[in-house]
Design a protein around this ligand. Structure first.
Ligand SMILES: [Zn+2]
Length: 136
């Protein structure tokens, strides 16, 4: 079994908040990320897949196929968008890095299986110091 990781980057606006809470409570719980007028992060996404090396190609998977799949289903939907308002797979969810990592897994997994490999990990970095890993 060989593990392979593709890194992608995207910029996205969001706000962490609960509508039923006051601005004060949102600020207490979510800090700066609850700013009512939005803010953005430069996110880094790592998609790790696993599989056996194909004798014919020496590859686990053609990286071009993997990257275009990630671009179509994830990056194009998030990059330079508002995560709360414009991203279909984040609708109705708190726009946290945790929820984002799980949503990206759910979006990508059915497509990745078709490439004859398995999804192993989604890692999302929101800042240099904070990142989330999800293993399904
Ligand atoms: Zn934030």
């Amino acid at each position: 079994m060989v593990f392979l990781t593709r890194r992608e980057r995207f910029c996205c606006a969001h706000r962490l908040y609960k509508e039923e809470w006051s601005d004060k409570k949102n600020l207490e719980v979510f800090g700066k990320c609850s700013n009512a007028n939005w803010h953005g992060h430069n996110y880094v996404l790592y998609v790790t897949v696993k599989g056996e090396i194909k004798e014919e190609t020496g590859y686990v998977v053609n990286l071009k196929s993997l990257s275009s799949l990630i671009e179509t289903h994830v990056i194009n939907k998030l990059d330079h968008k508002n995560m709360n308002l414009e991203v279909d797979f984040m609708k109705g969810k708190i726009a946290s890095t945790e929820n984002l990592a799980i949503a990206i897994w759910e979006v990508l997994e059915p497509h990745i299986i078709k490439l004859d490999i398995e999804l192993h990990r989604i890692k999302v970095e929101e800042t240099e110091n904070n990142f989330v890993e999800y293993f399904g």
